[in-house]
Ligand binder design. Structure first.
Ligand code: NAD
Length: 293
């Protein structure tokens, strides 16, 4: 099938390449030309704009930073809806506010375009090996229609409910990940400051109840002081903003999320916004004066 792909960053690039590997044609667009060139080198065709992608494909996937980017790419001048035809499908795989997914879906339906929200979890390594977890909201019939295409990029694709439910699920995921990294960083700053080798602490506890996928992924990075992203601090600020805003809208209270948000804001203002979210450990290192390594 010919599939349009818009947003070829850390995640979008390997996801588009996995569609090519599965035998699909890909028509690619990104505002950064180098990102398009990389995917073209792997066999994709380049498009001139988001509207051009939509003119050339009945199915378009977007993988963009946040709600305003998706609104521009879908509804803006030279956007997807300027080129789409009735019956076309949009799969937005970006992590955005659930309310924004609902607004964008409404604009799509007015043009006869079907949209589902399908954000992902797993990060760059899982995007590369095609095993990301995909959480989907929208019309179940559309989910069933595109399931095989989602599974070219993911290890699982779970239907969560009406439009926006994918992004609500993703917000829950992001709250858990942020709080988990903060818990791990806080605990390891305690044991380090008290004089116990953090590698020994990791080896001793990773198989017990405190062990987690987050600890296994992030402690080796923290021990090496390797904060190359991965998932950037600034993107996690975006997700926690969306979580806090959604929580306020629906009457869910997120005091722990609000605390971790303050740590992320500190990191952003100290110039660590483009680092991996494992840099939450840096905050604790700064306040204790002890490096976890
Ligand atoms: P990224 O910043 O690396 O990539 C975003 C891409 O969108 C960039 O190439 C950018 O040039 C492009 N873009 C921005 N505005 C555009 C526009 N108007 N038209 C066309 N292209 C445009 O971000 P990423 O890490 O790939 O993340 C993408 C989404 O996936 C985000 O919502 C993020 O929260 C989510 N996500 C990321 C990870 C991760 O580990 N990086 C994991 C899961 C989910």
């Amino acid at each position: 099938m010919k599939i349009g792909f818009i947003g070829l960053g850390i995640m979008g690039k390997p996801m588009a390449k996995n569609l090519l590997k599965a035998g699909h044609e890909v028509v690619a667009y990104d505002v950064v030309k180098k990102n398009v060139d990389d995917v073209v080198a792997a066999g994709a065709a380049a498009a001139k704009s988001s509207a051009d992608v939509a003119k050339r494909c009945r199915l378009v996937i977007t993988m963009l930073p946040n709600s305003p980017h998706v609104k521009t790419v879908v509804c803006g001048e030279d956007g997807i809806l300027a080129g789409a035809k009735e019956g076309d499908i949009l799969i937005d795989m970006s992590s955005i506010a659930p309310g924004a997914s609902q607004e964008i879906c409404k604009a799509c339906l007015e043009k006869g375009v079907k949209m589902i929200d399908a954000p992902v979890s797993g990060g760059e390594p899982k995007a590369i090996d095609g095993t990301i977890s995909i959480m989907v909201g929208g019309d179940k019939a559309v989910f069933d229609e595109v399931y095989d295409i989602l599974m070219c990029m993911g290890g699982s694709a779970v239907y969560c409910g009406k439009i926006g439910a994918g992004n609500t699920t993703k917000l829950a995921n992001q709250v858990i990940v942020a709080l988990n990294i903060a818990a791990v960083s806080e605990a390891f700053s305690l044991s380090t400051k008290a004089g116990v080798d953090p590698q020994k602490v990791f080896d001793a506890i990773k198989g017990g109840l405190a062990g987690s996928t987050v600890m296994n992924a992030k402690i080796p990075m923290i021990l090496e002081q390797n904060f190359k992203p991965g998932f950037k601090v600034d993107l996690h600020i975006k997700d926690l903003n969306n979580a806090l805003q959604t929580g306020h809208e629906v009457g869910a209270y997120l005091p722990l999320t609000a605390s971790v948000m303050e740590i992320l804001q500190n990191l952003h203002h100290e110039g660590h916004g483009q680092e991996d979210h494992a840099a939450i450990a840096r905050y604790y290192e700064k306040v204790t004066g002890a490096k976890i390594q």
